[in-house]
Design a protein around this ligand. Structure first.
Ligand SMILES: [Zn+2]
Length: 256
């Protein structure tokens, strides 16, 4: 899967004055490689739309699952507390009944126990009424969490495929970049070191374009019309190269 741009092998459209091509033409070739390397870096960041969308979807599912589980935990804790209270109340009812039976012949105690039992039963009933909706909510939340987990699991294989493909895409881009970087280093290494260094400085400062051509008397980068004496010096194609008086980039004659 290599649809990365291949570095152009032709700097030789310009007339070479030495065996290795004119230094300025070589610089232009370096710049072409730099441009391609920049575009490779930019393409690394361009994730496939499906991957972006799927990652977002998975995140969304995860967030919803987390929220659901948080509410579920709270509801479960409420249910547990109420359940425990109900159990205690039922035990109290049992004990009160036993006491009531033991005092079967004491009319006054019977009345007291009766009232107590009435009170406890009412309390237990209230708790049961409160518990019913809590249990229902708990069951709904469990179903909801299960559905979310299933949806998440269902999407995982496709996400895995897309992540793998993207890893491959990026490593392909980097591999094709490695060749270009190698070529670039070789080309720059064959240039006068000061010119090479200055090119890098200009390029960094000038939006990735360190060298422009002289086209119909104008700088191709900033489009300013150049004085004739500058044009003549550019045409002489000497090293160190002439810089555009307006934008400060190196200027290359089309005949260099
Ligand atoms: Zn310029």
């Amino acid at each position: 899967m290599t649809d990365a741009p291949q570095p152009s092998a032709s700097s030789t459209d310009a007339t070479p004055t030495t065996g290795g091509g004119h230094p300025l033409a070589q610089l232009f070739e370096v710049q072409e490689l730099d441009r391609q390397l920049d575009s490779l870096s930019a393409r690394e960041a361009e994730l496939p739309a499906e991957l972006v969308e799927l990652r977002r979807e998975m995140d969304d599912l995860n967030n919803r699952l987390e929220d659901t589980e948080m509410v579920l935990e709270r509801v479960e804790s409420q249910t547990r507390t109420l359940d425990l209270d109900l159990k205690t109340t039922r035990e109290q009812i049992e004990r009160t009944r036993t006491e009531q039976e033991k005092n079967a012949f004491d009319a006054r105690a019977q009345t007291q126990f009766g009232a107590r039992l009435q009170q406890l039963s009412e309390r237990a009933e209230e708790m049961e009424e409160d518990l019913a909706p809590l249990r229902e909510r708990e069951s709904d939340l469990l179903t909801q969490a299960k559905t979310l987990r299933e949806q998440h699991r269902g999407l995982r294989p496709r996400l895995g495929e897309l992540e793998d493909a993207d890893e491959q895409r990026i490593s392909d881009l980097r591999a094709s970049g490695a060749d270009m970087r190698e070529q670039r280093t070789a080309l720059l290494g064959s240039l006068d070191p000061r010119t090479a260094k200055e090119y890098e400085t200009i390029r960094r400062a000038k939006g990735g374009v360190g060298i422009a051509t002289l086209t119909s008397g104008r700088c191709s980068a900033c489009n300013v019309s150049l004085p004739v004496n500058v044009q003549q010096r550019v045409a002489a194609a000497k090293v160190p190269p002439v810089k555009c008086p307006s934008c400060g980039r190196f200027l290359l004659s089309p005949n260099a």
